[in-house]
Design a binder for this molecule. Structure first.
Ligand code: ATP
Ligand code: MG
Length: 455
């Protein structure tokens, strides 16, 4: 068993021999369609090359090109230092203190240019769990390849000669649809636990299988993600959720045992039939939007993922004697506070989430001026889409969604007619049952600001 594992770990090396030399693939072999390469990316590589430097497209762009997909962005790797790169372009900015990269801009188009990194991870400062904190040494191209995460992400394409340099058998893995980490998996995850999330994202998005040696340590090493700065985990989660394969990604996260603790209680939600259906529907519609090139709001996404936690707490607060609206705000606070530690939900996203949740009871008030006021709400569309998801998941009567669709489409008299028509689910038309108001024991520190005034 152990022997087999060691063989697997060493598999890549044995197969490809010396990883300091690249296999050179010609256009005939790799079949990249040059038309899929952005003109600006070629401008950057040729400018660098004319100045005497090496320059290649690298990473996800090459992977996508090899898969016949138009890359969404182009990263460029070079042996020029950030300063040397900056001097060659009119609009170029060095960013990042720890990992310096150069942003080259042409109009709205942004290209990231990185200098080949060296392999000095032994000397690099690490946290107590072995996570590399800083490592900004420059190196040779083969060292740069060795530091990349997966074999399919470690290929270099030169648009001028139309050749691909492959150091780690990436081409074979593309053909076999396999995700394989470069080097010893345990060591690579320890250096950077986010790579575990990246495996899952790429496997789900590309519909690749994870090589057994690459996936084996994940279950055990998953808790290391907790030591990664929350903002970085959030960025990676967002990429995952906006990949166009969010549903598949979450399923893969569960399969790899990575979902625990990432979105606290998400596992619980996914295990409740109603919650799971809601999350499924939300992610399926997000995936659809991404595939159609439509914008997706992170606020909506996270509001959906966490709704059933809010719902549960909302019910609990009401059972404890709170009025519905303040109870909802308290529930939102609880959920957002728990998430913020882990995920560093940005303020804007958290406030969008709160807006979407807070609108939900307002959809139930289909009397007087209330629906008209709601139409003017800045987030009406998001709130309404959210309402439809609640209907579709069976959480609330679908009649309410149908009513709102009709109300939004109707003209003035049509709207009046709809308002005059008594809704078939009459709960909202009845006056709220008065409950004895409880004194709130929570400190005023929560961000519920303005709960009382919404009553
Ligand atoms: P996409 O942009 O489609 O999500 P990508 O592979 O381009 O995928 P990026 O995050 O843009 O992903 O990273 C660019 C490249 O940088 C990767 O292809 C990989 O070679 C390298 N890279 C990124 N993150 C890591 C990491 N955590 N460890 C090692 N290499 C990485
Ligand atoms: Mg990329």
């Amino acid at each position: 068993m152990i022997k087999k594992l060691i063989r697997r770990i060493l598999g890549t090396k044995q197969k490809n021999g010396d990883t300091s030399k690249a296999v050179v693939l010609t256009a005939k072999e790799h079949r990249i369609d040059p038309k899929l390469v952005s003109a600006n990316a070629v401008r950057v590589t040729s400018t660098l090359q004319q100045a005497g430097f090496k320059a290649f497209l690298v990473g996800g762009a090459v992977r996508d090109l090899l898969l016949g997909v138009k890359p969404k962005d182009f990263d460029i790797a070079t042996n020029a230092t950030p300063e040397q790169v900056k001097r060659l372009f009119r609009r170029a900015f060095i960013i990042g203190k720890r990992f310096q990269i150069v942003h080259v801009m042409f109009g709205q188009d942004l290209l990231e240019v990185t200098t080949f990194r060296g392999t000095s991870t032994d000397a690099a400062p690490k946290d107590e769990h072995g996570r590399v904190l800083r490592d900004n040494t420059f190196g040779e191209q083969h060292e740069d390849a060795l530091r990349r995460d997966f074999t399919i992400n470690a290929m270099y394409y030169d648009p001028a000669t139309q050749t691909v340099l492959d150091y780690h058998g990436g081409m074979a893995d593309i053909r076999n649809k396999t995700l394989r980490i470069i080097g010893v998996p345990e060591a690579r995850y320890r250096e950077d636990p986010v790579r575990m999330l990246r495996v899952v994202r790429f496997a789900a998005k590309l519909n690749f299988v994870i090589d057994p040696a690459t996936s084996a340590p994940i279950r055990v090493m998953a808790p290391l993600i907790n030591n990664v700065p929350a903002a970085r985990v959030f960025d990676e989660m967002l990429k995952l959720l906006m990949s166009g394969s969010a549903l598949a990604c979450l399923q893969q996260l569960r399969k790899e045992g990575l979902h625990h603790g990432l979105l606290p209680l998400l596992d619980v939600v996914l295990e409740q039939p109603l919650g799971e259906k809601f999350v499924r529907l939300a992610l399926a519609s997000t995936d659809e939007r991404v595939k159609q090139g439509k914008p997706v709001s992170p606020g909506f996404l996270f509001a959906s993922l966490l709704w059933h936690q809010v719902l549960e707490k909302w019910k609990a607060y009401q059972a404890a004697g709170e009025y519905p609206i303040p109870a909802l705000h308290l529930a939102a606070d609880d959920v957002l506070n728990t998430q913020t530690d882990k995920l560093a939900l940005q303020r804007k996203i958290a406030s969008d989430m709160r807006d979407i949740w807070a609108m939900q009871p307002r959809f139930e008030r289909r009397i007087g001026k209330s629906p008209y006021k709601l139409l003017e709400h800045l987030r009406m569309r998001a709130g309404y889409d959210f309402l439809l998801l609640r209907c579709a998941s069976g959480e609330i009567d679908s009649e309410i969604g149908i009513w709102w669709t009709a109300f939004m489409e109707a003209d003035g008299p049509g709207r009046e007619a709809l308002l005059a028509k008594k809704p078939s689910s009459t709960a909202e038309a009845a006056p709220a049952k008065k409950r004895p108001r409880r004194r709130r024991s929570r400190s005023a520190g929560g961000s519920a600001g303005g709960t009382a005034k919404t009553e």
